[in-house]
Structures are given as structure tokens and as C-alpha cells.
Design a protein around this ligand. Structure first.
Ligand code: DGT
Ligand code: CA
Ligand code: CA
Ligand code: ZN
Length: 509
């Protein structure tokens, strides 16, 4: 059962487990150096099911006495507890989406609720979420509010009035709910989608045009009592009256979207339908849970055109990576499998470790024969920023490396990434035309949005990856996609949009 904990990002699984295990156990497991096995031991022997109990046991020295733990592990726990406690105040996007899905399924069928939408950071697909914001219109706001308050997963009502309410969800984040007039819905959506910084800039722009903007509408300054909005019903109306195109929520961060919007130069962001395949994933041959055949079938069901079927390289023992002989056996197996699949083209991929000195885990003669090489770091996270940067730059200088995998090794709310000089790496990637990955695992999501934007500016190729260890992880592509969108990426900036011929050409060039 504890093994199953490992599957992060499986929303349904997560939900089932949430009901069975104390929430605190999930937090304990996230402390770096613990993981599923040690968390299980701590739970069974010392009844540790919360961060508080973990801290007490570590301070009293009980943990060091356990077999297989010792002083060093105990010290590590104490050091890492601080990081986890600090970061657990914001929820991972994936978790917030799961809660928001529950709320939506409960609210949307109700007869007094229309136009139910999420707003706030969730609608902007920010990587972490403070609270969940919902907006709707209604003929009967009080009925809508009282329905919201009777949601079975409400732990505590924080505040409520005739048109708005805030609750704390069981084991979960805060959720805010507002009911607005249908005629004001667009203005309310703009206001409550934010970000605050984007809204400030919109209001400045409004003022310059002799207008004033709030959650009820856009009004002329001469309309002293704000009686007749010039725009309010739809977001498009509000933006249009300000001289702007509708701005995708992912861009609403005051990172230049208003300036570019005024010039009508906003990028046409990449969309889910543009994605034709994945380059980074794993099968049962290394540490995945599904066979190559199962993975490929699931990929074909997603209507992808191509699939680079990957696994780990051997240096990291716990992932059971493939020695060269096993790689060639796998290639033959993939060639056999191809005859079973008519719609998807299968290739040999590999996630190859970058060794501490920047060398790769396979010889060049082996790398050369792999169709797509993703190089990533999985060891010696404690090197200095200078060492890490040099190590990565050296790896991507190797002409057989096509893609740099998870660039910082971070696990959000668990461990910070290793320190790297992003600018130096992006420049090196540009020079060597190595692609940089946006890893879609919900607790990684690296490269982050601002670095994606920089990569786009520099013309560094970007690839979205699922890093799937089971077929259910293919949904990670959606998270990677939205990071790309938050980084202003268009289809042309992202390699996953290339046809089979084009991606092979790119890999060979
Ligand atoms: P979060 O919840 O911390 O992840 O981030 P948001 O962006 O969802 O922030 P939240 O829930 O406090 O508020 C939702 C939106 O409402 C926010 O993005 C912009 C708008 N908003 C809230 N408070 C203010 C404010 O004081 N001024 C302005 N202009 N907008 C606000
Ligand atoms: Ca929020
Ligand atoms: Ca809020
Ligand atoms: Zn991987």
C-alpha cells in the first residue's frame, strides 16, 4: 500500500488514499530523506503521523535509535523539516485542481447556479495555489450560497454573506465563492482572476482613458455613481474597451502582456491539440509501472503521432536502469511492437544520467544509437552552483545529448532544486541547440514559467515531457503545457508540435 504513495499526480488515487491515511502522513513522507519506506517504519514503530510528532521524535533522539536510521538521518530530518513547514502553506496546483474538481461537481448541477467558473491563481495555472476562487451568476444568490455552505467537504465556514462565502475544505485549502450579477460577470472575472499586479496595470490604463475599473464594471469617470458601465458583461468587452485583445489568464502576471496587447502583439499560445508526442517516460524495464506496450497503447489513445519510449540509464541502482545490452534488446522489442500499432511511430528514447563530472552514463558509441537522449541529473545534488552549471554545460556540449531533463531537480514543497546559473545554461543550450525540458510531473514543473519565457526569447528549443512512470501520468502533459503557456510559448517554440518527419530531422541535425 505504501508503494502506492509514490504515484503523485494521480488525482483519483490520491483522493482514495486521502480518505484512508491521516493527511499528516503525506506531509511526513515529503520530508527529504524519508520517502515511503521510512515513513512506514516511523508510523508503525513510533506512531508518527504528523510533522509535529516527527519533530518531537527527532528532537528527543528516538529516531536515531531506530534500525536503519541513525544520527545522520535524524539530523537530516531536522534540517529538512524547516523547508517542508515553510512551503506547505501553498498547495500544489494538482492538489488544488483536485479539490476544485470536487467543488465544481457538487456546485454545477444546482438549479440556482449558472456560469460557474474558477478564477484566481487556479485559472492562471500558477504552480502553487493559495486558495481556490469560484465565481458564478445566479437568479437567487442566497440559495447558491447556502448550497455552497452545505458541501460535505466543508471543514469550517470562515465567512459568509448574501453573495459571498469562504470555507476551509477538509484537509484542504480555503475556497472562496462569489455570486455576481449576470451583467457584471465579465468584469468580476477579470477582477477575481487577477493577478493583483495585472489588475493594477489595467486600472492605470483605464484611468489614462478617463475610465475606472472595478469588479462591477468599467465606467466613465464622469459617471460619478457608477450607474451605467461601458463594459462589464464579458471579459472580451472589458479588454476591448481598454484597447486590448482578450488576454489568456496564464499571461495575466504583469510581465509585459498589457504593453504587447496594446500593440496587438500577444503570442498565440500553444494548445493541447498541438502536441503530437512525448520524449521522456519510463517502462517496467526500469522503474515504471506499465510495460512498453501498455505505455504505447495509451499514447496512441491520446492521438499522438510519435513516441520515444524511454527508461533510465544504469548508474542510479534504485531505478534499475538499462545496460547497453538491455537497450538493444529493448530496441528489437519496440521494432516488433511497431507492427501492432498503426497510428503511432515508436522510437527508442532514454533518460541518461549526467555523472558528477558532466560525463554521461553511456559511452558515445551507445548514445549515438539512441533515437532521443534526455540527459538529467539524479545524484550529488549538493554541488555548488558553479559546479552544477559546469556539469550541465559539459553534458549538453555532447552532440549526442538532445534534451536537458529536469533542470533543477526540485520537488516543490519537499526540497529546493540545486542551484544553477539559468542564463549560462540557456546560452549554452542556444549555442549547442540542445532542447530544454519542461517536466510535467506536478511537483517538479521545471523549467519554471519565467525561465521558459527567457528560453523563448533566446530561441532555445523547448520540449514538454510527462516523465510518466505509468499510463495515468500522461496527464502530466497538461501541466507542462500550461507552464509553457505561462512562459509565452507558441507552438513553434515547442518540439512536441513537430510532425514525425520534423522531429526526426531536428534530432539528426
Ligand atoms: P493565491 O490565492 O494566493 O494563489 O493567488 P490569487 O491570485 O488567487 O489571489 P486571491 O485569492 O487573494 O485573489 C483572487 C484575485 O482577486 C486576485 O488574483 C486579484 C483579485 N484581488 C484580490 N484582492 C485584491 C486587491 O486587493 N486588489 C486587487 N486589484 N485585486 C485583488
Ligand atoms: Ca486564490
Ligand atoms: Ca481568494
Ligand atoms: Zn524520468
Amino acid at each position: 500500500m505504501f508503494e502506492e504513495f509514490k504515484f503523485k499526480g494521480e488525482v483519483s488515487e490520491h483522493k482514495k488514499l486521502r480518505a484512508v491515511f491521516p493527511e499528516g502522513l503525506f506531509q511526513v513522507m515529503k520530508v527529504q530523506g524519508l520517502g515511503t519506506k521510512r515513513t512506514a517504519i516511523l508510523f508503525k514503530t513510533l506512531k508518527i503521523d504528523s510533522l509535529e510528532k516527527l519533530a518531537n521524535a527527532a528532537h528527543s533522539g528516538d529516531i536515531a535509535k531506530l534500525r536503519g536510521f541513525g544520527d545522520k538521518v535524524q539530523e537530516n530530518i531536522l534540517a529538512n523539516l524547516e523547508f517542508v513547514e515553510k512551503s506547505s502553506q501553498r498547495n500544489l496546483l494538482v492538489k488544488a485542481l483536485s479539490y476544485a474538481g470536487d467543488v465544481r461537481r457538487y456546485l454545477s448541477p444546482h438549479p440556482s447556479i449558472q456560469n460557474l467558473e474558477t478564477a484566481g491563481s487556479l485559472r492562471r495555472w500558477k504552480e502553487t495555489i493559495g486558495d481556490i476562487d469560484f465565481l458564478c451568476t445566479s437568479q437567487n444568490p442566497e440559495k447558491a450560497i447556502s448550497h455552497f455552505l452545505t458541501f460535505p467537504d466543508v471543514e469550517k465556514v470562515l465567512a459568509h454573506g448574501p453573495t459571498k462565502a469562504s470555507v476551509l475544505l477538509k484537509n484542504g485549502p480555503q475556497c472562496d465563492f462569489r455570486v455576481v450579477e449576470p451583467g457584471q460577470f465579465g468584469a468580476a472575472m477579470v477582477y477575481f482572476t487577477g493577478s493583483k499586479e495585472h489588475n493594477v496595470r489595467l486600472r492605470e490604463l483605464a484611468l489614462r482613458k478617463g475610465l475606472t475599473l472595478n469588479e462591477y464594471g468599467l465606467f466613465k469617470l464622469t459617471d460619478k455613481n457608477k450607474e451605467k458601465p461601458v463594459a462589464a458583461k464579458t471579459e472580451e468587452d472589458v479588454y476591448r474597451y481598454l484597447g486590448l485583445p482578450w488576454i489568456p489568464p496564464e499571461l495575466r502576471e504583469d510581465r509585459g502582456e498589457i504593453e504587447m496587447g496594446l500593440k496587438n502583439k500577444l503570442p498565440r499560445l500553444i494548445e493541447e491539440a498541438d502536441i503530437l508526442g512525448d520524449v521522456h517516460n519510463h517502462t517496467t524495464l526500469s522503474d515504471g509501472k506499465n510495460t512498453a506496450e501498455e505505455m504505447i497503447r495509451a499514447a496512441e489513445n491520446l492521438k499522438w503521432d510519435w513516441y520515444f519510449c524511454g527508461d533510465h540509464s544504469p548508474s542510479l541502482a534504485m531505478t534499475h536502469g538499462l545496460a547497453p545490452a538491455a537497450l538493444w534488446k529493448k530496441r528489437a522489442h519496440l521494432e516488433d511492437l511497431q507492427s501492432k500499432f498503426k497510428k503511432i511511430k515508436i522510437f527508442l528514447g532514454s533518460e541518461v544520467d549526467i555523472l558528477p563530472n558532466g560525463n554521461l552514463d553511456y559511452e558515445n558509441a551507445v548514445l549515438e544509437k539512441i533515437d532521443c537522449v534526455v540527459a538529467s541529473i539524479h545524484s550529488r545534488f549538493k554541488q555548488t552552483e558553479g559546479e552544477m552549471t559546469a556539469r550541465i554545460c559539459r553534458a549538453i556540449e555532447n552532440p549526442h545529448v538532445d534534451i536537458l531533463g529536469h533542470i533543477t531537480g526540485r520537488l516543490m514543497n519537499t526540497r529546493p532544486g540545486y542551484n544553477v546559473d539559468f542564463e549560462a545554461i540557456l546560452q549554452k543550450a542556444k549555442e549547442t541547440q540542445t532542447a530544454i525540458e519542461i517536466n510535467g510531473q506536478p511537483d517538479r514543473l521545471e523549467l519554471s514559467d519565467t525561465h521558459v519565457k527567457r528560453a523563448v526569447e533566446l530561441g532555445v528549443p523547448i520540449v514538454l515531457s510527462t516523465d510518466a512512470h505509468s499510463i495515468s501520468h500522461f496527464e502530466n502533459m497538461v501541466y507542462a503545457l500550461h507552464v509553457a503557456r505561462r512562459g509565452w510559448a507558441t507552438a513553434k517554440d515547442i518540439l512536441n508540435t513537430r510532425s514525425t518527419t520534423e522531429i526526426l530531422e531536428w534530432l539528426q541535425s
